[in-house]
Write a protein that binds this ligand. Structure first.
Ligand code: BEZ
Length: 217
C-alpha cells in the first residue's frame, strides 16, 4: 500500500495552478491550457465507461450544457479507458437515451493525467479513477475540488451551485453563507483593518455583529 500511495501521491490543492497536459480525447488531441482558454473549466473523472452511475452523471452534465456555456464554463471528462471505448459508450448512450455526451472525454489509459490530478485513490481502486471534480478558474487556478467514491454519484445541483457561487464571490467581493442559493443574501467579508471595521458601523444589511453582516446583492 505504501508503494501505491507513493505512485499516486500527487494531489493538487485549492489555489494551485492546474497542471497542464496533452491528451487524446473524444474531440481529438488537446493541450489542456490552450483548450481551456479564458473560460472556467470543470475537469471531472469517472471510474469507467459502460457503468450505470457514470452514465447517469455524464448524461446530467450533457443535459445542463447550455447552463454551463451561459456560465462561461467548459466541461471535460476523463477515465482510464481507451478512446475506442469512449466513442462506443458515447454512441451507445446517444442511441439508448438520446443524450449526446458532446464534451471531450480524455482517454487516460496510461493514467498520466489521473496521476497529475490525484484522481487515483488506491484504497478505493488502483485501476479506476474516483469521481473527482476540479473547478479551474479563467486564470488557470484550481478553486474547488470534490472527491466522491465509486458507488455514489455526484450532485449536479451542488456542482452548479458552487460554480455560480464562486463566480458571484469573485465578481462582487462577497462570501456566501451555509446553504446559499442564487438570489439569497450574501455575506460582507469580515473586516481586515480597523478602518474597515469603522465602515461597518453604518453599513446596511442584516447585522448580527461587526463580523457577520448579510446583505442582498
Ligand atoms: C458505476 O458507475 O456504476 C460504477 C463504476 C465503478 C464502480 C462502481 C459503480
Amino acid at each position: 500500500m505504501e508503494e501505491l500511495n507513493q505512485a499516486h501521491s500527487v494531489m493538487p490543492r485549492i489555489g494551485d495552478p492546474a497542471p497542464n497536459f496533452k491528451a487524446m480525447t473524444t474531440h481529438g488531441v488537446i493541450d489542456f491550457e490552450e483548450w481551456r482558454g479564458d473560460s472556467w473549466t470543470i475537469l471531472f473523472s469517472h471510474p469507467a465507461d459502460f457503468t450505470p452511475v457514470c452514465t447517469t452523471e455524464l448524461s446530467e452534465f450533457a443535459r445542463n450544457k447550455d447552463w454551463f456555456a451561459e456560465h462561461n464554463t467548459k466541461l471535460i471528462g476523463l477515465s482510464i479507458d481507451s478512446i475506442h471505448s469512449h466513442i462506443a459508450w458515447v454512441a451507445n448512450v446517444k442511441e439508448k437515451t438520446g443524450v449526446y455526451l458532446d464534451f471531450p472525454i480524455i482517454a487516460d489509459l496510461d493514467m498520466s493525467v489521473a496521476r497529475k490530478y490525484g484522481m487515483l485513490h488506491p484504497g478505493e481502486s488502483t485501476t479506476a479513477t474516483v469521481r473527482a471534480v476540479f473547478f479551474i478558474d479563467p486564470k488557470g487556478i484550481i478553486r474547488l475540488i470534490m472527491y466522491y467514491p465509486l458507488n455514489v454519484g455526484r450532485n449536479m445541483d451542488e456542482i452548479m451551485r458552487v460554480l455560480e457561487g464562486m463566480q458571484i464571490s469573485d465578481k462582487y467581493g462577497v462570501a456566501l453563507p451555509v446553504n446559499w442559493r442564487p438570489g439569497a443574501k450574501v455575506i460582507v467579508p469580515p473586516p481586515k483593518s480597523l478602518e474597515e471595521l469603522k465602515d461597518r458601523e453604518n453599513m446596511e444589511g442584516e447585522k448580527v455583529d461587526f463580523y457577520l453582516i448579510k446583505k442582498d446583492l
